[in-house]
Design a binder for this molecule. Structure first.
Ligand code: COA
Length: 178
């Protein structure tokens, strides 16, 4: 799937139930950061921050056109981690199980990277994927990210310590690809 076949829309309070249900699903939950917001009260401040500080923080919905209507297919996020060096970190990415298998995840990352580099002026985008998430790593690399290293046994994910594999994409790498 190409980016022209999807759009990223900023989440509002009306999307909170969808986001919580998506992230809690058994085919999504094990792969996302354990400490993420999991209740309405915890997620609301993130949605508000995304609306108030659109260039520093984002909670976005992935939408695809089906029968001439935009339909929810997943979610993606980002957060600025270094203002001076213009670095952002990829936030929670999930494609709803009904919409998997056509490269939507990589296309959504690619579209987010385009926005962050071209519209918001970022220089570098970073992502961490759990070492057991083979599909997550394939998707991040399909979007052009380069594997930079491993934070060995960095995270406690019941019942064990797991690696965090670090990836990054630079603005000129996306431009070169284009
Ligand atoms: C990761 C995720 C977003 C990808 O969804 P998607 O874009 O529909 O992914 P696809 O099914 O099209 O598969 C993407 C690639 O992974 C490959 N893949 C799928 N399962 C795999 C596995 N178990 N091991 C290795 N590769 C796998 C596919 O072959 C495909 O490769 P290709 O692009 O070279 O053909 C989705 O699976 C998801 O929401 N997972 C749960 C949350 C998560 O892991 N988020 C990412 C954290 S960084």
């Amino acid at each position: 799937m190409s980016e022209s076949e999807l759009r990223l829309r900023r989440a509002t309070v009306y999307d909170i139930d969808y986001l919580l249900a998506l992230q809690a699903g058994p085919e999504v939950s094990p792969f996302l950061a354990v400490g993420r917001p999991s209740t309405h009260e915890e997620l609301l401040p993130e949605i508000e921050r995304s609306l108030v500080e659109p260039e520093a923080f984002g909670r976005l919905l992935i939408e695809i056109p089906i029968e001439r209507e935009w339909r929810l297919a997943g979610a993606i996020g980002f957060e600025r981690t270094n203002r001076r060096s213009r670095i952002a970190r990829l936030g929670p990415l999930a494609v709803h199980p009904d919409f998997r298998g056509s490269g939507l995840g990589a296309a959504a990352i690619h579209e987010l990277a385009r926005i962050l580099f071209a519209e918001f002026g970022y220089h570098r985008l970073e992502a961490t994927v759990y070492g057991f998430n083979e599909r997550g790593m394939v998707v991040v690399e399909s979007a052009g990210f380069v594997r930079e290293g491993v934070r060995r046994r960095a995270y406690w994910v019941e019942p064990d310590w797991v690696d965090g594999v670090e990836f990054a994409l630079l603005a000129d790498e996306l431009e070169a690809e284009a």
